[in-house]
Design a binder for this molecule. Structure first.
Ligand code: SF4
Length: 317
């Protein structure tokens, strides 16, 4: 089933495979379906197809879903569902409920892959490179690894719950053992969120149409320096914690709280499920330290107060 089509890529869902997977589960009468926000326009279509094929009753989780860390375990309990079907992402955390993770994958036509490979080979001739990206791009990355000839591809080794070549905005650990061994990291994915999580120890390239271009982190670095300055001078500091199963870092938050107290600051632990500015409106804070998904920072303009990811302040406390 084709979900999204751009000039060069198609995002596909293997719905027949998913039906087969659901049918393998025993005693499932009710399920929660989670789809990433970008695929909500297709959610009803998907539910219709799954309902006809499996005869299961489906609830659609309409809360924002950014990653497999956003598991609907609470909804599953609320409606006594037997299964959570999480579309678009791969497994990220352990859950107390039965979950089928069903990623969606981008495809690229062979002739377009050839153009991209030619550009990579020309720009990174004789360089040691590693390809990384979100799970949705893993099929394209596999093809690139097979086709690139002039650049030397160094393979990542699969670790933990991440797949080979997979990075998340909160986890780039597959590169830990390899960054020192390559001349360039080639990010195959969209947007700047995942790529901004990469440490700038070697040159990073990002996909642009059927080419790669150097990634420039200047604005991010400037933003981080500014946030650090604000944090050092802040007195009243909110520490954001989410109850979402895969983003819950309450132990880290409590450690930060204790350290900030020792530094003579006034920290406050703040908890919510989905985190947004309207939930902290009215609180008198000089800045907020975020221990939930680092992507919240993308929304920082709406927060009307400085927002800093916790990893960026650990060196100061
Ligand atoms: S980056 Fe955010 S949305 Fe993605 S897996 Fe990590 S916590 Fe979840």
């Amino acid at each position: 089933m084709r979900l999204i089509k751009s000039d060069t890529m198609e995002l596909k869902l293997n719905i027949a495979g998913l039906v087969e997977q659901i049918k393998k589960q025993k005693k499932v009468k009710k399920a929660i379906l989670q789809v990433p926000d970008g695929l909500k326009t297709e959610a009803q279509n998907i539910i219709d197809k799954l309902t006809i094929a499996t005869k299961i009753q489906f609830y659609l989780d309409i809360e924002p879903v950014y990653g497999a860390c956003d598991l609907a375990t609470n909804f599953s309990e609320a409606v006594n569902a037997d299964l959570i079907i999480h579309l678009g992402h791969s497994k990220f955390c352990e859950a107390s409920k039965k979950v089928i993770y069903w990623p969606t994958y981008y495809d690229m036509a062979s002739k377009d892959l050839d153009v991209l490979v030619k550009n990579i080979d020309e720009k990174l001739k004789q360089k040691k490179i590693v390809f990384v990206g979100p799970i949705q791009y893993s099929k394209i990355i596999k093809e690139l690894e097979k086709r690139v000839r002039l650049a030397k591809v160094i393979k990542t080794t699969k670790t933990g719950l991440l797949n080979e070549n997979q990075i998340l905005g909160c986890d780039t650990s597959i590169l830990d053992d390899i960054t020192d061994k390559v001349d360039a990291i080639v990010y195959i994915g969209d947007g700047n969120f995942h790529i901004s999580a990469l440490a700038q120890k070697v040159q990073i390239y990002q996909l642009e149409d059927l080419d790669i271009v150097p990634y420039d982190q200047k604005d991010e670095i400037r933003g981080k320096i500014m946030s650090e300055y604000i944090f050092k001078n802040a007195k009243n500091i909110g520490i954001l914690v989410t109850s979402k199963v895969g983003q819950n870092n309450f132990l880290v938050a409590e450690k930060i709280y204790t350290k900030l107290k020792k530094l003579g600051k006034n920290p406050y632990l703040l908890i919510a499920d989905f985190i947004s500015y309207d939930k902290i409106m009215g609180l008198k804070l000089d800045c907020i330290v975020n221990t939930a998904c680092p992507r919240i920072i993308d929304d920082k303009e709406n927060y009307k107060m400085p927002l800093i990811n916790y990893k960026d302040i650990l060196k100061f406390i």
